[in-house]
Design a protein around this ligand. Structure first.
Ligand code: TRP
Length: 341
């Protein structure tokens, strides 16, 4: 039963959580309310690993200076939103070479057909037909490597990533069946509340994180005056009632944002704004966002003021992650039949 030790360990110990976020664009209020706000508290219940997926970032065109800046920015921001590097394993993906190694190995247990069915690959190919590179196609295999290296039980993701977690499960099962139990088969989890925040200027589209997203997107690190302006300009409708409904997508989105910011429900927010006009309502949602994001921005700025210290935190996280990752990777090499030194 020696092959089962990881599985057994994990049932006795706390469950392990892995998630990662790409350093492309600038994290938004939608990213925060949809997923990131829950990450800091998870270490109370789980052993958590969080990674900045910089290797994934180069599957789309990105300038070196942007990759560098986005990576540092995201790393510092993850700490600022509450991921304590003392209580979590927080690291940059490219600092742990095992990710690239395992993803090569897993390529050989991933079928071209199943990878071809990934809707994100099809969408991204359509968006940038001049750069449909092999890395973009291979993206979900690298993501599977991220997860499987750490024997993660739970993978919190946005619902657009669930198909990738499914693929990861299939790769793990295939490998386990061919050799012997090697990988924990993870479960993807989409947060049940606040999972989807839409653009303030087009509430039929997701709040996008590209820099040119305009006033529809509130960034976590936006200045208070920018946050207020964006909320005040938010698209509503020609009705006057602050009520959620299918034909009032703008108002529904604002109610969802308010509920998520204040820890209430859409219903309690509707009651609170029963007699409010749209302008008052929008300003109140903006103020709630400003207050919630202020301490995050302040902590972020302190972290960015000392680059050496930030790199030190990265190094500590990578050392711990690399040790865990090596254990899985060695097993995988051996099972496949590689000669090890
Ligand atoms: N692909 C994920 C996204 O776009 C980011 C990611 C990379 C990830 N590796 C992961 C998420 C592993 C969960 C687990 O959001």
């Amino acid at each position: 039963m020696e092959n089962n030790d990881v599985t057994q360990q994990n049932t006795e110990k706390r469950k392990r959580v892995f998630s990662a976020i790409k350093p492309t664009g600038n994290p938004t209020l939608g990213n925060y309310l949809g997923a990131m706000q829950y990450w800091g508290g998870m270490s109370d219940e789980y052993d958590c690993l969080f990674s900045v997926a910089d290797l994934h970032a180069i599957t789309v065109a990105i300038e070196p200076k942007d990759l560098r800046e986005n990576s540092k920015r995201l790393f510092a921001l993850l700490i600022a939103i509450g991921i304590d590097p003392q209580k979590n394993i927080l690291f940059m993906q490219s600092h742990v070479p095992a990710h690239a190694e395992l993803s090569w190995l897993l390529n050989n247990y991933t079928m071209f057909g199943e990878a071809s069915r990934m809707t994100q690959f099809k969408d991204k190919s359509k968006k940038a037909p001049e750069n449909v590179n092999v890395g973009l196609f291979d993206y979900p295999v690298l993501m599977a490597a991220d997860i499987l290296l750490y024997q993660a039980d739970i993978v919190p993701v946005g619902d657009d990533q669930m198909q990738h977690v499914e693929l990861c499960r299939n790769i793990a099962l295939r490998f386990n069946n061919k050799y012997s139990p090697t990988f924990t088969v993870p479960v993807g989890k989409v947060p049940t509340f606040g999972a989807r925040i839409y653009s303030l200027s087009d509430p039929t589209a997701k709040m996008g994180k590209s820099e040119g997203a305009g006033d529809g997107t509130v960034f976590i690190l936006d200045k208070p005056e920018d946050i207020m302006r964006k909320f005040k300009r938010a698209v509503t409708d020609c009705d006057t009632k602050v009520k959620a409904s299918k034909d009032k997508l703008g108002i529904t989105n604002l109610l969802t944002i308010y509920a998520s910011l204040t820890g209430g429900t859409v219903q309690s927010a509707e009651r609170e704004f029963e007699n409010a006009d749209y302008a008052t309502f929008k300003a109140r949602v903006g103020e709630a966002a400003v207050e919630r994001l202020r301490p995050i921005r302040e902590k972020y700025e302190r972290l960015r003021a000392d680059d050496g210290a930030l790199l030190g935190i990265m190094k500590d996280g990578a050392d711990v992650a690399a040790r865990l990752a090596r254990r899985t990777l060695e097993k995988v090499y051996k099972k496949i039949g590689f000669v090890r030194l």
